[in-house]
Design a protein around this ligand. Sequence first.
Ligand code: TYD
Ligand code: MG
Length: 462
Amino acid sequence: MFRLAGLMAKPKKRYVCQACGSVSHRWQGQCADCAEWNTLVEDAPATVFSMKHDLSSGGRAVEFVELDKPGPLPVRQPTGLAEFDRALGGGLVPGSAILLGGDPGIGKSTLLLQAAARIAREGRGVVYVSGEEASGQVRMRAARLGLSDAPVKLAAATGVRDILTTLGSMDAPGLLVIDSIQTMHSDTIEGAPGTVSQVRGCAFELIRYAKENGVALVLVGHVTKDGSIAGPRVLEHMVDVVMSFEGERSHQYRILRALKNRFGAVDEIGVFAMAGEGLEEVDNPSMLFLSGRDEPMAGSAVFPAIEGTRPVLVEIQALIVRLQSGATPRRAVVGWDTGRLAMLLAVLESRCGLNFSSAEVYLNVAGGYRLSDPAADLAVAAALVSAMSDKALPARSIWLGEVSLAGEIRPVAHGGLRLREAAKLGFDRGFGPLDVKGGSSALAYDGLGQLANLVDRVIGNS
Ligand code: TYD
Ligand code: MG
């Protein structure tokens, strides 16, 4: 006798983390993947059939395109904001989906409204759907930005069915902005807006519309405390480009970075300054993140960063406060990785005999810049040693090199280019690894083999 019940496995309960989207079959207070607390929520069970499927017939034919037969390729559409285009790798690709993440208030809506207005003024259709602000608010902002004359179609809506029905009844726009994906809602999916299943389902429908109609789609995504895009990480797999808009809200400068790009490189950045009339493009960012002081000061070191093809000189500042009492000393970092600072302090202690155990350490990257390049290790170490000994580093000097756990100074990518660019900007002394390819003749260069050599240099003042 055929017994269906026996063939269908009992559906297991599933719990989905609302922060990262990982699935677990047991409820836990803390997500095992992203370590967030109280984020696991019961989800509809996945139906599991153990009956044998035959998927080898009965489907529709899939159309093949020959790679070697020339056909029309999608043409990139510049947004008119050169810095945005640079970060995108040349412009928006029709039929692609972009996820733009960033802290609240950093300027995502402003950036997209400015780009939308530029594109609309060129006569291409643009639809801007805001789930967070009323149309009136968006119009007020546009008026402030001097964009009121741009023929952008604004809507305040959160229902994906309504949005897609409306779009289906008109000519497909060139650009569709959804601000933000966390506010969108689909009535075919259970759960409140912002939950993993809603975000995933809404994004899927919108991306499908964009691909079928050759529309460039931009989804705004909120960012969690630790900087990842809130909601499911699967969203990052579903889109073609993931961009993040970074900066400190208290500073003027903003950096647009591609974290993933199916159509271009991911190392170019766009630099903007937030001004009274919205975001201004900064086409020569090399000196922005320096404090502009001429006198050398203890605790400050300059690192030549490379962003894509452009050099960016960044000032790193360290402050060391000796504690009298036995209280646990603080370590506070802005713009750099806390774990990396702990590592560097450990190497300075164990390889160079310095003692930070009773000292508070503060580290700051000037101008709200966020450093992730390991080549910054030596500059951070130089700032720390200089702050500790209260001796300024040589004037107009730059520092580059990765520090290993053994205290060696390791070569870095584009060493020569960094030195040449720094020399062009008026720096005349460089310190770094022994081995740099090209460029070390552009300025007075000292190769340091070990971190201990740096300490001798600074404290011994040689
Ligand atoms: P917004 O684009 O709303 O940020 P997001 O969408 O990422 O949350 O930007 C809001 C901030 O930008 C707000 O705090 C004020 C600032 N701002 C300016 O300084 N100048 C301007 O012309 C505009 C429009 C905003
Ligand atoms: Mg916004």
